[in-house]
Design a protein around this ligand. Structure first.
Ligand SMILES: [Zn+2]
Length: 270
């Protein structure tokens, strides 16, 4: 789903619903009229909350629109949950000389092997983004203060191990809420979504996954994968061979969107 029209914001949907209800009271309309208006508002809000590309609650960069060139970017979420899997993915990216962006979860940046992989992601030229600290199932019910703290905790870990302060943020499950919007706006991070969700955690077979992507891939797409998926090391070479054969070029999300991925830290040597 693409972005909603600009006027279709959460606030406007609420204002619209109450206004139409008020008109209903004046016109003495039947009870089902209110229910109908409520169901429409609920459906719009549900879509806006679950579809990161809708820009309903907050702006998110999900692709490069009207892109004339055959360029795409790839992203991996939920690292570093299985370090040995991530290492295999990094080996393949290195072999093909392909840049990627890894949206890492703070609570997965704790033990030595996880930290080693995080550093490797950075030194091999990939980008590290913030994918929350907790990735909690209740994240969408957190207050904006709690989300802010949660996000900053992961920022600090990434900075501690790489010396770089991330500016890219991707909300857990790609769900956005007014509280997430408030928190991320305060921190000043850029929200990076996707335009092609591979469904690699649902589809169990590399060939099915390739076929799905073949049907959907467009210029300027940002693809969503997970490095912890068990068949990722088998899938990735198939995917990259296809991409190269079709003449696509994979570039970094930063280059595709022309956005800075890290805060510029003041150098003491200046
Ligand atoms: Zn995730």
């Amino acid at each position: 789903m693409g972005p909603f029209p600009k006027y279709l914001t959460f606030r406007n949907v609420l204002v619209g619903m109450f206004s139409i209800w008020a008109i209903g009271i004046i016109l003495k309309l039947a009870w089902w009229w209110y229910l109908l208006v409520f169901m429409v508002a609920l459906t719009i809000s549900y879509l806006g909350t679950t579809q990161i590309g809708s820009n309903f609650h907050m702006p998110a960069f999900c692709n490069l629109a009207n892109c004339k060139n055959k360029v795409i970017a790839i992203t991996f979420d939920d690292g570093v949950s299985k370090p040995e899997q991530s290492e295999k993915v990094l080996d393949i990216l290195k072999q093909y000389n392909i840049p990627a962006t890894f949206f890492c979860i703070g609570k997965n940046l704790v033990d030595e092997t996880q930290i080693k992989v995080l550093k490797r992601i950075d030194t091999e030229g990939h980008i590290i983004g913030n994918h929350s600290y907790s990735h909690s199932a209740f994240y969408d019910f957190y207050s904006s203060n709690k989300i802010e703290k949660d996000t900053l905790k992961t920022d600090r870990l990434i900075e501690q191990y790489t010396g770089k302060k991330p500016l890219f943020y991707r909300p857990p499950y790609g769900i956005t809420t007014p509280n997430i919007a408030k928190a991320i706006n305060r921190i000043g991070h850029k929200t990076i979504g996707w335009s092609l969700r591979s469904l690699d955690t649902v589809i169990k077979d590399p060939n099915t996954l390739i076929n799905r992507i073949k049907h959907k891939l467009k210029n300027g797409d940002i693809l969503l994968f997970h490095d912890h998926v068990s068949y990722m090391p088998a899938f990735l070479p198939l995917f990259l061979e296809y991409i190269l054969k079709e003449g696509y070029m994979i570039i970094g999300v930063d280059e595709l969107l022309d956005l800075r991925p890290y805060e510029q830290l003041h150098s003491a040597s200046l």
